[in-house]
Design a protein around this ligand. Sequence first.
Ligand SMILES: C[S@@+](CC[C@H](N)C(=O)[O-])C[C@H]1O[C@@H](n2cnc3c(N)ncnc32)[C@H](O)[C@@H]1O
Length: 378
Amino acid sequence: MSLRNFAFQRAFAKLFVYNILFEDSESDERYLGLDENSSILSITGAGCGVASMMSRRPQRLDAVDINRHHLALAGLKVIGAQHLADYDIFYQLLGRGYLPKDAQGTVASLGEHMPAWMANYWRRHWRRFSRNSIYMQGLTSRMLMGLRKMSGTDALWLTDLIEAPVEERERAIDAKITPVLTSPFVRMLMASPIQLLALGINFNQRDKILESEGDENLMEFYVNHLKRLAHTDLATNWFVWHAATGHFNHDHPDAVPPYLRRDRHERSSDTSPTTVRFHHGNIFDRLENAGTNTWTHYTLCDAPDWMPQDVQSKLLDEIFRTSKDGAIVLARSVEQDSFIERIDDGKRFQLLENESNRATMEDRSRQYRRVDFFRVNH
Ligand SMILES: C[S@@+](CC[C@H](N)C(=O)[O-])C[C@H]1O[C@@H](n2cnc3c(N)ncnc32)[C@H](O)[C@@H]1O
């Protein structure tokens, strides 16, 4: 790994960057095929994906992240889904991200089900849910808040666009947001490594984005990205609501990540048979300490995009060694071709083309060129 990517990873691991997962976990749950026999190794990010998996009642979940803020938030979402029996309180805490009356007591009650370090983390940080919404906090949300202030977008602006045709939405983006993103001030800000941290894009991945999209710079990429988002259902696209308003569309029950929906909450409850373990650290530590035949599912986010090819290759060897026959690997990428296909000759890892094509089209974050599902063949 180059020195600047190494420095990025070290800095990123220490910062509270994300409060949601920027991946479409509703689409993932369609193709992952989780059930009560599943054992999952998952990089969590901010945890909306792993929390959504709980409603499938898998046998075992190993949740891992190098960033302890993200892992602790993922833990709160997973354990909240299992142990906060009152759906309204659960939704207030994690759907609105704001529980002014009893954030301390509610978060402490979940601490009983957490590993000691995580319970301790929330003893220090429960005020994130009482000062204002957690969805206004973290590096990415703070950056988005600044952009909203400069562009003047809000829930009214977005609501007006829900019924509008795509061309009108694109015109609205060009009128309000493009001038801000392309202004010399924002361009200068965005060129700084701090903004790469806020976006969660390391130097490797930035170069891959610019190469595969043919954009001049990240701002051009983001203007085009917004136009791609304009093609999605704006009533339910929670990524758009999060960015344009700082909250979810609470008027629509399907406009939130699946784990926040009433039916998933019912299925994730207390009686869940899942053994959950949280591992703060590198996924390689987890893999290296595991035996053969351990997991049926691996969900990697787009973390392989951060890795050089020799590390990606080691990742595949370790997945192959620790997987059960027929295991499923889910990985996202900003690249046009898959690192797995580049490294493997198709004998160990078989691309599930239909599922991958559909998931790539469906992912409403619109951030990835590929959402790939592979089957491991032993
Ligand atoms: C790769 S980042 C990118 C953004 C991601 N698509 C999202 O929506 O959160 C996602 C998460 O992967 C974690 N991560 C990156 N490399 C990792 C590794 N080698 N082991 C464990 N976690 C890792 C980061 O800390 C972060 O929380």
